[in-house]
Write a protein that binds this ligand. Structure first.
Ligand code: BG6
Length: 488
């Protein structure tokens, strides 16, 4: 199978940080079809050789194990080409069309790794030169808009030139092996399904914590914030995966139909829940791994009186028969105490207690997403370690856990998120991509939060870098008599 992959934004951050390393890994693993061409598109004039040299130099900042040897790069570089284009006007698209039509590849992938303000122009200009045939697939990177209206405008513009089945909206969390395992856990095993409901589950917590700050993306982040950057997409996709009904088969639309139903069932916000069930924070100076780090307001590119949130925690409810009344807590933030993404499913206590249990201990399933990848099943057992008080020991249970480490079992060298997603685009598999209606529904749900914040004079609550966010986040969940995992 032959392919042409056009990277709009071919000299940009995403290309050299994520896309090129992923393409190289696919090449190294032998999974990238060899009859392929990767065409970087950028504003500067450059020859193919200069582009290859630029990409080669960028690989120096990729982790060692994923860096090509000289010989490997030479073979990989044979796929790389460069085209200078002004993306905003129609003039340069004819040249792109000539380049692509001369080869007639089976699949043409247009990867839009540019500012979303250019998406509409790129799609229209592409179509004007006939580059929207059935072999074309367009990949759209997030953020896809900054609210429902702008998201819709982009979707409508793209859908005017291509049908939905040729549009691949990326949420790289769906490409993570650990997130795919979440689907496997739920729909490849019979063990948990009977328990996966309000009668047995007390609450579910989704945590995506980062130690990093905004790095070099201060200006972008300052106009975005954690709700748009992480909650509207990654966190809600995780919530869908954990809350959805079993799809009728593994086809893309069957899965996406079920995710959409979850998003549609999310309980609408009221002034009361907006006030008490959403906490926003912004990091102040603190310590990460013993090193002093500046507060958000001192990051470069950030406005000194910014009210942008770097932390969000919230309480959601899926209002349907399976989940009515079960709180789903989501929290995500930068400069938190640990880099840790996990989902914790807390089961209800036994209906009648004949043993004593240590405070806070109960049955829970922890799905570790990163950096660890695996499952922990927390149970209670009869402890054998209380020699002095044999009688007390016979009544008090001890927490124990079953630990399943997928990194150990399957190795850490599994296919990375972008590698997997790029190969899926080339092969035309849509399962791990987001449909326009899902995306719009997610925007519809977060928008009242954005509106409420605009009118809220209090601003985000400060939290010290290296902690788990503002104390109000713990207070919010404590009101339901629950607590975050690190507090148990
Ligand atoms: C991106 C966000 O989508 O996801 C970043 O824009 C964030 O702000 C990143 O750091 C987190 O991804 P990962 O794979 O490192 O958890």
């Amino acid at each position: 199978m032959s392919f042409d992959l056009v990277l709009f934004g071919g000299t940009g951050d995403l290309t050299w940080r994520k896309l090129m390393p992923a393409l190289f890994q696919a090449f190294r693993h032998g999974s990238l079809p060899l009859d392929g061409r990767i065409v970087g598109v950028g504003r500067d004039a450059m020859s193919d050789a200069e582009y290859r040299a630029l990409i080669r130099a960028r690989f120096d900042s990729v982790e060692l194990a994923k860096r090509p040897t000289g010989d490997e790069f030479e073979r990989f570089a044979a796929l790389l080409h460069y085209l200078r284009m002004d993306l905003s006007g129609p003039a340069d698209y004819a040249e792109l069309a000539t380049l692509l039509k001369a080869r007639q590849a089976d699949t043409v992938v247009m990867y839009l790794a540019t500012a979303p303000t250019l998406f509409q122009a790129i799609c229209e200009n592409m179509a004007a030169v006939g580059l929207n045939g059935p072999q074309t697939r367009v990949v759209l990177e997030k953020p896809l808009g900054h609210d429902l209206a702008s998201n819709r405008a982009i979707n409508e513009a793209v859908l005017r030139v291509l049908p939905e089945k040729q549009i691949f909206r990326i949420d790289h969390y769906l490409g993570k092996p650990s997130v795919q395992n979440l689907f496997a856990l739920r729909f490849g095993n019979s063990l948990f399904e009977p328990l996966w409901r309000r009668e047995t589950i007390a609450n579910i917590q989704i945590t995506i914590a980062e130690e990093l700050g905004v790095e070099k993306r201060g200006a972008f982040y300052d106009s975005t914030g954690a709700l748009r950057d992480m909650v509207q997409n990654h966190a809600l996709q995780l919530l869908c995966a954990i809350g959805m009904e079993p799809p009728i088969n593994a086809h893309a639309d069957a899965i996406r139909d079920e995710k959409l139903k979850v998003l549609r069932s999310l309980k609408a916000w009221t002034p009361e829940t907006l006030k008490h069930h959403v906490i926003r924070g912004q990091y102040a100076a603190g310590n990460i791994n013993g090193e002093a780090v500046p507060g958000y307001l001192h990051e470069s590119g950030v406005s000194p009186d910014s009210r942008t949130e770097t932390f969000v925690s919230l309480r959601a409810e899926i209002a349907n028969w399976r989940w009515a009344g079960v709180p789903f807590y989501i929290r995500t933030g930068k400069r938190l105490a640990d880099r840790d993404a996990h989902i914790e499913v807390n089961f209800r206590p036994t209906p009648h207690a004949i043993f004593k249990s240590p405070l806070g201990a109960g049955n829970r399933l922890v799905i570790n997403l990163q950096p660890k990848d695996g499952l922990e099943l927390h149970l209670l057992a009869q402890g054998q370690d209380n020699r002095q008080g044999a009688r007390a020991a016979s009544q008090t249970l001890a927490p124990v856990q079953l630990d399943l480490d997928f990194d150990k079992r399957f190795g850490t060298e599994r296919v990375g998120a972008y590698e997997r997603l790029l190969l899926d685009v080339i092969d035309g598999r849509l399962n791990l991509f987001v449909r326009s209606d899902e995306q719009e529904e997610a925007w519809r749900w977060v928008e009242p939060i954005l509106d409420a914040w605009q009118h809220d004079t209090d601003g985000p609550r400060p939290y010290t870098a290296g902690t788990w966010g503002p104390s109000a986040s713990s207070a919010m969940i404590a009101r339901d008599s629950h607590w975050w995992s690190e507090e148990s």
